[in-house]
Design a protein. Structure first.
Length: 326
């Protein structure tokens, strides 16, 4: 029985290749890397059952050469670089694999939002230190008999029904928007490019101006790239526009924020709190005044999982998709 040929148009890492070989058994699959020249690639595509691409374009001519193609696997969130219209005409499925390092940034955004809303650090610290309400005694609990909030913590909040403002609705911003729907949040966004109405409807988001987003949101989350033009996009004026009950989240880049202005907004109660994973200087210097604030949660730039782990996960997802279409 002839083996099914998996043709990779880009060279994978050694770890990725090991993952592919561990899932796609050599007795049934042949995993090969295409030649560099277009002519060589077209000849290889003609014999391939599956195509995998990270960054190489797959145009209509390449797809037409693949008489036996069962699947085109694009590593990434979107099938960009693949002529999906031509693929549809030829009846060739095109599937994507999420970049997990970006997914985890979206997850980390919610970790910070939840930790702020639920006063997690304060609850953990005071519970650990035994700072209990006066007169609290240990009891044997039942369904109806228990000691609620035995440290007397106040200020708990919820994400439910809150307005999330996303500044920059790129790949990560869209992943954040998708997850916000599970919390029944209303999502506003602002960006240099507006999505189509259909895209907005599918994501459940509404486009507003930057200033209106700041005024209306209960949580403001940055998901922009850092350029000279975006440096200090959040400064004194912007924090002054936010609600005093609102929280600020940054898992993008530190220099998008004027840290002095952020510190003053937090200290003076102009905003309720901040969750920060990125900073102007990293590690955040011990002399930074942000360390002294109780309404700030600081993590050490860990929102994205390590690249090696992400690449292995991408290869694992890709191999699983190939198995499903075999």
């Amino acid at each position: 029985m002839a083996r099914l040929k998996v043709l990779m148009l880009d060279a994978p890492s050694e770890d990725q290749l090991l993952v592919l070989h561990s899932i796609l058994s050599s007795d049934r699959y042949e995993v090969v890397l295409s030649g560099g020249k277009r002519e060589e690639r077209s000849a290889a595509v003609a014999e391939a059952d599956f195509l995998m691409t990270w960054e190489t374009d797959i145009d209509a001519k390449t797809l037409a050469a693949g008489k036996n193609l069962r699947l085109v696997q694009k590593i990434g969130f979107k099938p960009c670089m693949v002529d999906t219209k031509a693929a549809r005409k030829l009846g060739i499925p095109v599937v994507t694999v999420p970049s997990l390092s970006l997914v985890t940034v979206a997850e980390h955004t919610f970790l910070l939002m939840l930790a702020l809303a639920k006063k997690f650090l304060k609850a953990y610290r005071e519970t650990l230190e035994g700072l209990y309400r006066s007169g609290v005694k240990t009891i044997l609990t039942t369904q109806d008999n228990y000691v609620f909030n035995w440290i007397g913590l106040e200020g708990f909040d919820a994400l439910y029904g809150k307005i999330l403002g996303i500044v920059g609705l790129g790949v990560v911003g869209q992943e954040v928007a998708k997850r916000a729907r599970a919390f029944d949040m209303e999502v506003l966004y602002t960006d240099v490019r507006r999505l189509t109405k259909l895209q907005e409807r599918r994501l459940g988001v509404a486009f507003v101006s930057f200033d209106d987003l700041l005024r209306e949101s209960d949580f403001v989350s940055l998901h922009l790239r850092f350029y000279k033009e975006t440096e200090k996009i959040m400064g004194q004026r912007e924090f002054a526009l936010m609600k005093p009950t609102a929280y600020f989240i940054n898992t993008a880049r530190g220099r998008l924020v004027d840290e002095k202005a952020l510190y003053e907004a937090l200290k003076e109660g102009k905003i309720a709190g901040a969750g920060l994973d990125v900073f102007w200087e990293e590690p955040l210097p011990r002399e930074s005044r942000l360390w002294k604030l109780e309404n700030v949660i600081i993590t050490p730039h860990v929102a994205g999982i390590p690249v090696a782990e992400a690449r292995e996960a991408e290869a694992r997802h890709a191999a699983t998709n190939i198995l499903k279409h075999s």
